[in-house]
Design a protein around this ligand. Sequence first.
Ligand code: NDP
Length: 399
Amino acid sequence: MSKALIIGCGGVASVVIHKCCQNSEVFEEICIASRTKAKCDALKEKLSGGKTKISTAQVNADHVDELIALINGFGPDIVINVALPYQDLTIMDACLATKTNYMDTANYEPEDTAKFEYSWQWAYRERFEKAGIMALLGCGFDPGVTGVFSAYAMKHYFDEIHYIDILDCNGGDHGYPFATNFNPEINIREVSAKGSYWENGRWVETAPMEIKREYDFDEVGRKDMYLLHHEELESLGLNIKGIKRIRFFMTFGESYLTHLKCLENVGMTSIEPIEFEGKQIVPLQFLKAVLPDPASLGPRTKGKTNIGCIFQGMKDGQEKTYYVYNVCDHQECYREVGSQAVSYTTGVPAMIGAMLVMTGVWKKPGVYNVEEFDPDPFMEALNRWGLPWKENFHPVLVP
Ligand code: NDP
């Protein structure tokens, strides 16, 4: 019986769980474990009519001993970590102790420093290899599908890739003046940080939102987008040989940016604890508590996302460009799984990555990023499981 343990039961996890249940041939049994067990039970109730057997458990994934007991009790083939980046290392430690495969969608970030990078998780390479188990890092959309797209471009269309621009466009409208499409704390930490891009083997840092471009996205239209630091730049900079520059752009509307600026100016996005009525509180965590829960945006969000990569490089001595992207409709996602497209575009690749590890299609002891594997089975699975991709061999380039 093939089994997956899913840790976390938020927006992304809900999509992963729906998709595992649609794919019951591979996911015969799942256990949903999170801090708030009631959320796991509610999903189990909703989905238990299908073929996948579902159980639930309460776990605080900050505690390795609790995780080890849970893994030993359930005996999964893989642990799918869709809790928060803060839990990556404790869950990896528990996987090591129990010799269980591991997967996540976001790289580790210490709770008290807004700094995300792979070094902490890459440090587990030797230990995972020795234990004969595999960790697949960053298997959502970006990071995740963007790495698969890069491996696919390299395998089929280029001898050398020189430039990659990753464009993440959310043309969705939820009708609120300000809300975030995934965990507000993680989202705001990411967008209020300094920007950076990878050029000629080193990082070039920018002020937050300093670099702005406009792009006309297929099925969405013209949008302003801003250069951000993003975690796949780090792994692609190493894994795509000969790369000269990688940039990541995300679209933001004016209302979002104005609210964010104001919240920043008054100190509400700070992660430094302050004293309030005799208690220590972290302003950003308080802000998260008053903002709409991303899971509640599903029924209200209309419009589409368009996420993809533009590659420039050489093939057979000729210059070549290639754009591969997915367009996803918020309302169609909601009809299918009860979530908006940002959770959907993350949760579907997470299910696919877990499936490829569980079926042995992607299997190598050690710690890996997605672009280190054969992209073809993943690309096929994207078409089959709800994220079909489109290609353009003459895209407009980003200046
Ligand atoms: P949510 O906040 O909706 O869900 C997080 C879940 O994790 C909640 O169920 C929460 O429990 C649970 N959790 C938090 N802390 C613990 C803990 N200590 N022990 C056990 N469970 C815990 O987040 P999202 O679903 O929006 O995001 C999930 C992950 O996906 C994040 O790491 C995010 O960075 C990543 N992501 C990746 C993307 C990609 O493309 N690669 C895009 C979007 C998100 P509770 O319900 O009690 O709060």
